[in-house]
Design a binder for this molecule. Structure first.
Ligand code: ATP
Ligand code: MG
Length: 565
């Protein structure tokens, strides 16, 4: 991927890397990694981390590894491993042959553990999880030493061997680092390094019944891979002293951990645990539901990888937590689709229009522009005939002030076609609803002809009834009504803030015939309505299904404008 360096805003991590390079630190190497735990699908927050890690490596001619941090067998699954790989690829990044797993290092990690036991820096502890917590103390009170802290080295080695041999039940013993129970940093109060867990692992199967904790696995995995800059989110700042401690005690290659603020987005939850809850409780149709902030959901919704990368560049990288307005993401998506999406006409809620003076059985092929932003995208033919559909919203029998679309006696232009006038309204005798408009057209007003300059106040989109294809459209809104979905009273969770109207399905839409056989995932602008993409899961030759990616209205542009005043 080509990166235009002049366009990239600088940030503190880029500055650190550039400084290290100028001092020839790490022998002039830059090596980063993206380390997901395969316990869920990636979300747009992960995209920030992916763009940062892979982006820095590309910018400084370094490497970036994909490493699965798979130390917790009970929550992990190969389904997640596969989804993560396809999501990183979709975003446009390549880890070459550097696909690694923390589980490949278990053997080595347990050897490191033995090394620390031998140096009297680790011990086997018989306290239960509850007791360990009790002994740990609090932020204001120091902890208490475990009664097992001063076990002789030989006894520790023997017990650790027996832990690995499967002689003890889950939770019966742990291996702990011997640091300082009075440290002001709770992470340094003899943290657990290895726990007993008789659980099958998605890769190592039943080979192990002990597993390293995150803290004991992460830094050493970075070290084994020769990582130079270990970039993670702010919540790991308090873990950095421990990260450094293990590497220093072991005397092995010592990468530099650097923390940055995670991405938070309005109207969105970005936590795999909460996203899993939405899936499991059926609030959404799955991890790839187009309302989900997962990369799988976003992709299915029609967002482009380019727009996600632009978004990640624009939000920048900071040291302080903040929340980004989701309108800014929408803005990046619109900006990209505006450039690349061909325009077509589609009617979501059809209202039949009969042009009474149009020659019966006549069909005209009218010229339509595929993308006014890009003349290279050319033109296409759109069939026009005497029976059309327009949008129900574009007609009012009693137009309110300022309504310039169609109403009895009024004229509008039909895009690429003629000016029509509404002469009569046919109503459903039961409901009184307009079900058909009887209109006349002015044949002198064809778009592009000499007379076409006559002024009317509105131009409407339409399709020809006999030629249009029936389709389904799924219109999405924020999954959460609240700007901060986690802003809830005690005892309730974010699902309380779910938007009951986040999905509206319209089953009798009509689209231009050119869309017949449109490929799954292909994206279009439906004129005046928004950007839509062919659903990659449910759409078929028999029934086209479109997801509305985003409307045309850009609220972010307004936010920006207001900010400039
Ligand atoms: P979650 O809180 O959603 O469960 P996680 O941090 O547990 O996320 P990991 O699989 O451990 O998920 O994350 C892989 C990498 O992505 C980590 O380096 C993590 O710091 C980073 N990351 C996760 N969430 C975000 C976010 N919202 N913004 C930026 N980076 C993130
Ligand atoms: Mg994590």
């Amino acid at each position: 991927m080509s990166i235009n360096e002049a366009e990239l805003p600088s940030h503190f991590i880029r500055n650190i890397v550039a400084q290290d390079l100028s001092e020839n630190k790490n022998g002039g190497r830059v090596h980063t990694r993206f380390p997901p735990e395969p316990n869920g699908y990636l979300h747009i927050g992960h995209a920030k981390s992916i763009c940062l890690n892979f982006g820095l490596a590309a910018e400084f001619r370094g490497l970036c590894n994909l490493r699965f941090d798979d130390t917790n067998p009970s929550k992990e699954d190969v389904e997640y491993v596969e989804s993560i790989k396809s999501d990183v690829r979709w975003l446009g990044f390549d880890w070459g042959d550097r696909e690694y797993y923390a589980s490949d290092y278990f053997e080595q990690l347990f050897q490191y553990a033995v090394q620390l036991i031998q140096a009297a820096k680790a011990y086997v502890c018989d306290l239960s999880a509850d007791q360990i917590r009790e002994y740990r103390g609090t932020l204001t009170e120091p902890g208490k030493n475990s009664p097992f802290r001063d076990r002789p080295v030989e006894e520790n080695l023997e017990l650790f061997r027996r832990m690995q041999a499967g002689e003890f039940p889950d939770g019966a013993r742990t291996l702990r680092a011997k640091i300082d129970m009075a440290s002001p940093n709770l992470n340094m109060r003899d943290p657990v390094m290895v726990r007993i867990l008789h659980a099958a692992h998605h890769r190592t199967g039943d080979q192990w019944c002990v597993y390293p904790t995150y803290d004991f696995a992460h830094g050493q995995s970075d070290s084994i891979e020769g990582i130079t800059h270990s970039i993670c989110t702010l919540e790991f700042e308090d873990h950095r002293p421990l990260y450094d401690w293990f590497l220093d005690q072991l005397g092995i290659h010592h990468p530099q951990q650097i923390e940055f603020a995670r991405l938070n987005l309005t109207h969105t939850v970005l936590s795999k645990r909460k996203l899993l809850q939405l899936v499991q409780q059926g609030h959404v149709a799955g991890w790839d539901d187009p309302r989900m902030p997962t990369l799988a959901g976003i992709r299915r919704r029609g967002y482009t990888p380019e727009s996600i990368r632009t978004f990640c560049d624009r939000i920048g990288v900071a040291k302080r937590n903040s929340t980004v307005d989701i309108a800014m993401l929408d803005h990046c998506v619109r900006e990209d689709l505006n450039r690349r999406a061909p325009r077509v006409m589609a009617v979501l809620r059809p209202l039949r229009v009969v042009i009474t003076n149009y020659p019966e059985n006549q069909v005209e092929e009218l010229n339509a522009v595929n993308n006014p932003e890009d003349p290279a995208m050319g033109t296409r033919k759109v069939p026009f005939s005497g029976v059309l559909y327009i949008e129900q919203d574009d007609f009012r029998e009693e137009p309110p002030k300022g309504f310039f679309r169609l109403s009895p006696g009024k004229e509008v232009r039909l895009r690429y076609a003629y000016i029509i006038k509404c002469a009569d309204v046919v109503k459903d005798p039961k409901t009184g609803e307009a079900i058909e408009l009887r209109c006349t057209y002015d044949r002198e007003t064809k778009s592009g002809s000499a007379e076409s300059g006559r002024k009317v106040k509105a131009t409407l989109h339409w399709v020809s009834a006999a030629h249009a294809i029936e389709a389904e459209a799924r219109l999405y809104d924020h999954l959460f009504t609240a700007e901060n979905p986690d802003d809830v009273d005690e005892g309730v969770d974010c699902t309380r803030n779910i938007n009951p109207k986040s999905l509206e399905t319209l089953t009798s839409c009509r689209v231009e015939p050119i869309l017949a056989g449109a490929a799954p995932g292909s994206r279009y602008q439906f004129e005046r309505l928004g950007y839509f993409c062919v659903d990659a899961v449910d759409s078929s030759e028999r029934k086209l299904v479109f997801n509305r990616t985003i409307t045309l209205r850009d609220s972010w542009a307004k936010v920006e404008k207001a900010g400039q005043k």
